[in-house]
Design a protein around this ligand. Sequence first.
Ligand SMILES: Cc1ncc(C[n+]2csc(CCOP(=O)(O)OP(=O)(O)O)c2C)c(N)n1
Ligand SMILES: [Mg+2]
Length: 318
Amino acid sequence: MEKNQYLDLYHQMVLIRRIEERSAELYQQGKIGGFLHLYIGQEAVSTGLISVRRPEDRVITAYRDHGVAINCGIPAKQVMAELLGKATGCSKGKGGSMHMADVEKNFWGGHAIVGSHLPIAAGLALGDQYRGLNNVTICMFGDGATNIGFFHEAFNLSKVWDLPVLWVCENNQYGMGTSVERASAVPEIRQKAEGYNMRNARIDGMDLITVRDASLEALEYVRKNGPMLLEIVTYRYRGHSMGDPERYRDSGEIKKWQETDPIGIYRKYLSEKEIASLEEMNEIDTQVDHEVDEAVQFAESSPEPELDELFRDIYVEA
Ligand SMILES: Cc1ncc(C[n+]2csc(CCOP(=O)(O)OP(=O)(O)O)c2C)c(N)n1
Ligand SMILES: [Mg+2]
């Protein structure tokens, strides 16, 4: 990678973190409605993964989607405007936090029903396979989603038909307040792929470079051979959504994971490898602060959707 590519990845992670912190404040001020699921702690997962996709590779995810939207190339302004339900948002203010999408950027959403987008991912990949295209569909989901029927149906068919889907489980240890150990019959999510005779791997999701390298290898495997499951082990520092009292874990556990903060690890990496100096990274931090200020200003001064937008975009015209 060139130096500017390394720095771009740093920029992306910091941008996501700051957008999330700012949206938590805006939520508390009553400016964001509905649910808000923050991605803080998980930034290295989508940043590393999406940095190696080809533009023709599709991306689809669940409701913890702001960071994924940013990594797919949706500008911070449009993400912020969507969070505030404004007409200038990427989903015209009608989707909100959980339903960011931009098909032109090959980002297929943002889905609120746990597991529901896995069969959709299989369908996207089936379409590509049928048309003889060489695209991969990258489908990201949580550990909790792997206990749901959708997961098993989609996994089975993807293997039976050798669909080009890279299944990516973001194992952040919890589905709402339930830990993986309490909800899953197997301790490692990757084991579930064994039941479908599917290649699988489990990697550290706090280290951007590990995620990037493993994702590149996985994408190339899927492009040639069919589906694979990549389990990326990560942690969310904030509650499941805003207002989560977090009675299911203690602050010691969060502190322990904060020692491996993905942004901290990557800063250390860039500095130790002499790719970037601390000053250069701090400069990016300042630049991101301005970008986020601008995005908030843009969102706050944007209009609400017009009433006649209400019944538009419900069905796709064939
Ligand atoms: C079908 C369905 N059941 C229950 C819910 C409520 N719910 C929302 S998020 C969630 C937990 C999912 O956890 P996981 O898949 O690990 O994703 P994470 O929130 O950790 O990113 C549940 C049960 C839902 N949205 N959809
Ligand atoms: Mg989870």
